[in-house]
Design a protein around this ligand. Structure first.
Ligand SMILES: [Zn+2]
Length: 316
């Protein structure tokens, strides 16, 4: 049994926040369409403000979090869904992941000079201008007993939703329609999105002929594209109401909503174990003047301090 987060003194002091109903799965009965409406709510603000990134980077990161939350909720087994983007733009690296239980985390690395240069000319850069040219990898990790699945594609399109759609089309031969948004609201940062997947067969038990499948998929995407950022990020608008607005004529079936949570899985013990893998010289090199080795978890931006004298290399 894993120690519950609130009892685990080994974990950094990070918010233990859960957003019930963060992801609402649904399908359209008799049509080859299923989807997830994702709304991170207050969790967006908590995750993004752990870091000190400019607003444009937060917007991109919030969309990445909404994307992995939407994709991880489709996992059939225990595991984690991870997005990695590496490019030659001012945001050199973006990592976001989400477990099957909805634990979310991210980190971004930026080239500050390049970012400032871009923002001087382009105060509202596209996701692509932030990331440049590079690649996107999506990894499904379902534990040591299951093979890890990873697909990699070049970055294509202007925004993260287009990049992800391109990924599914080329790497997985899977038609998806993806909408992502993140913005600063009166209540703080908010992010969300809608993922539609075209599935083989139909969402429910009724079978619609193939000749109707293309039309049903197209109808669903047209209805979905009427969605506004304001609706997605409105905390007071229930997810079921919003889905009903979009798909009430398409035999909408809303499934059990799923929670999202603040989900860094770092711990003092885990990082100490990493340090014990280094040799004496490396450890001495890492040690600061005050006799401490500082390890920073990039996901929750938390510093763990280890007295050098307490770390003994595993191989002496
Ligand atoms: Zn952490």
């Amino acid at each position: 049994m894993e120690t519950p987060a609130f009892l685990d003194r080994d974990r950094p002091d990070v918010p233990d926040l859960v957003v019930p109903g963060g992801v609402t799965p649904f399908y359209l009965q008799g049509r080859p369409v299923r989807g997830r409406l994702v709304r991170l709510g207050v969790l967006t603000d908590v995750l993004l403000t752990r870091h000190d990134h400019p607003g444009v980077v937060n917007r991109l990161a919030g969309k990445a979090l909404a994307l992995v939350a939407g994709l991880a909720s489709a996992l059939k087994f225990q595991g984690a869904f991870s997005l990695q983007i590496k490019g030659d733009g001012p945001v050199t690296m973006l990592v976001a992941d989400c477990t099957d239980t909805g634990a979310l985390r991210f980190y971004a690395r930026t080239d500050e000079d390049a970012l400032n240069t871009l923002l001087q000319d382009t105060p509202n850069p596209t996701d692509r201008e932030l990331l440049g040219n590079g690649y996107m990898a999506l990894t499904v990790d379902q534990g040591p007993d299951m093979e890890r699945h990873q697909g990699i594609v070049d970055l294509a399109g202007d925004d993260l939703a287009a990049m992800a759609t391109h990924y599914f089309k080329t790497s997985e031969q899977h038609a998806c329609w993806i909408y992502l948004c993140c913005t600063m609201t009166d209540a703080g940062w908010r992010a969300g999105g809608l993922v539609l997947e075209r599935i083989a067969g139909e969402g429910g038990t009724h079978v619609v002929g193939d000749e109707n499948a293309d039309a049903s998929w197209e109808t669903a995407t047209i209805l979905a594209s009427t969605l506004s950022t304001k609706e997605v990020l409105d905390d007071s608008l229930p997810s079921a109401t919003l889905l009903h607005r979009l798909f009430h004529q398409e035999d909408l079936q809303v499934s059990q909503p799923r929670a999202l949570a603040y989900g860094c899985r770092c711990s003092r013990a885990r990082l100490a174990s990493v340090l014990e893998g280094f040799d004496t010289d490396d450890l001495d090199h890492m040690c600061q003047d005050d006799g401490q080795i500082v390890m920073t978890c990039e996901f929750c931006n938390h510093d763990f301090r280890f007295p050098r004298t307490e770390i003994t290399p595993r191989t002496l």
